[in-house]
Write a new protein. Structure first.
Length: 128
């Protein structure tokens, strides 16, 4: 009777590696989906005008906090490298600076807005 132990071991090893690869790809896709889950935002853009009350100029996305229409908003901007390359510096978003944000409100958190563009100091910067 032939000895199939090596080929059986090789098949099990192959299937184990394949399973880990599939799991790894699936986790990577879920991570990207969680990071770029823009479907959780409204489809109609809103315009908010008001002063910056806080700034985080850091990756993965910069954020500002601002007040508009008597409410506080956290505005998700773009990655720092994109903001820099398009001419939006941290200094332009200093606390107290008046900004106009066009963006999409998060459906389950109306205090969060994903910005499409921001206008500050007479300059409009596209963020997406």
């Amino acid at each position: 009777m032939p000895d199939f132990s090596l080929s059986l071991l090789a098949r099990r090893l192959f299937f184990a590696i394949a399973a880990f690869a599939v799991i790894g790809i699936g986790l990577h896709e879920r991570q990207a989906e969680a990071h770029h889950g823009w479907s959780s935002y409204e489809s109609e853009a809103r315009t908010l005008v008001g002063p910056v009350t806080a700034l985080s100029y850091a990756n993965p996305h910069g954020t500002i906090e601002m007040t508009a229409e008597g409410k506080a908003y956290q505005v998700i901007l773009a990655p720092v490298s994109r903001m820099n390359s398009r001419g939006l510096s941290a200094e332009m978003l200093a606390v107290g600076t008046q900004v106009t944000v066009v963006g999409y409100v998060k459906r389950d958190d109306p205090g969060e807005v994903r910005a499409e563009r921001i206008s500050v100091g007479g300059k409009t910067i596209e963020l997406r």
